[in-house]
Design a protein around this ligand. Sequence first.
Ligand code: ZN
Length: 253
Amino acid sequence: MPEGDTVFHTAANLRNALVGKTLTRCDIRVPRYATVDLIGNTVDEVISRGKHLFIRVGAASIHSHLKMDGSWRVGAKGTPQRQAHKIRIILETADIQALGIDLGVLEILDRDNDMDAVAHLGPDLLGDDWDPERAAANLTQDPDRPIAQALLDQRNLAGVGNVYANELCFLFGRLPISPVSSLTDPLRTVKQAQKMLWANRTRTNRTTTGNSRRGQELWVYGRAGEPCRRCGTPISRDEDTERVTYWCPSCQR
Ligand SMILES: [Zn+2]
């Protein structure tokens, strides 16, 4: 699942590829927007807020969210299109093609009001306005709420996905289902979250352990049955209807 760092990275790619260029093709495969035509307009800005992306073109803003499986692929024009049936939008300039694939949200907003779509978000971990005190206060406002759930709630702080939620619980010695009130220092937790996302914002091989070698990148996520890197106990895994969680039964309480 894409996390804030993936979205930040995607925004940087789109920015490098599109900003300052004029659209020569704009093909939106969402019935509601099928008639929107942005050809001839210049791409001014690409912005990420939490896990939301905005491509500002003329008076419009193309708002997308990757949700579970979405991605943006940038390449030279004429690159063969795989997964053609999953393409939701095609943007082209004289030399570049950007494909929005399987996007969870794709809508065309009025540029002047596009930030309304993210007004509900808590402090953005990778934003200029990152505010750890407010994020920590949001995180703990409902003391009984499970830590992983509170970390994933983008209204508390924006950018944490399931990988980071699980990794943070390990680092702070708490189970994903433990209440947020059991965190001894919530401010430290949100600062650590920010540090992790920031360190990974330009990487493609995400690491929370500081080791980017294959198979060494993460503490618990995706490691069910493998030995805990601290104590050797096999990592546990559980899956409810919404999310999968991983934890060390010895290190986490
Ligand atoms: Zn352990």
